[in-house]
Write a protein that binds this ligand. Structure first.
Ligand SMILES: Cc1cc2nc3c(=O)[nH]c(=O)nc-3n(C[C@H](O)[C@H](O)[C@H](O)COP(=O)(O)O)c2cc1C
Length: 130
């Protein structure tokens, strides 16, 4: 899913895309948009992701007005991407321009196309702003 999102963003000329499993928290402020992939476990995001944003908040990483998005695979409830967006919007004052993109278990071709389209829309919105 992350690769498809990244490919979609890269399809817009002039967009630099980094696909990272992890970035140092301080590095987040280098980006114009951040799209977070997260599975849902026990009606929540994994603890590593929650702690990551907790750490970024403690370090006062400034993400204000940057674009935020979230996506992830899930089994039956799929809360995690929505919860991530709530943190990015309410704690970091990011600009959430897309609803969470949820895929049931493993993505099929149609879901990957939705991921591609998500990355592409976000990149287009950045190019328009530039
Ligand atoms: C221990 C465990 C707990 C899970 N809890 C939830 C849950 O609360 N809600 C949900 O929608 N899916 C839940 N799932 C399903 C996962 O979200 C689903 O398998 C997803 O595809 C995992 O993505 P991943 O393979 O990228 O880690 C759970 C799976 C496991 C193994």
């Amino acid at each position: 899913m992350a690769h498809a999102v990244a490919d979609g963003a890269r399809s817009i000329v002039g967009t630099d895309v980094e696909l990272n499993y992890y970035s140092p928290e301080e590095q987040l402020s280098d980006y114009d948009a951040i799209l977070v992939g997260t599975p849902t476990y026990h009606h929540d995001m994994p603890g590593t992701i929650k702690n990551y944003f907790e750490e970024a908040a403690m370090k006062n990483v400034n993400l204000k007005s940057k674009i935020a998005g979230a996506f992830g695979s899930y089994g039956w409830s799929g809360e995690a991407p929505k919860l991530v967006l709530e943190i990015l919007k309410n704690r970091f004052r990011m600009n959430v321009t897309e609803p969470p993109l949820l895929v049931n278990y493993a993505p099929d071709q149609t879901s990957l196309e939705k991921c591609f389209a998500l990355g592409k829309r976000v990149a287009e919105s950045l190019i328009q702003k530039a």
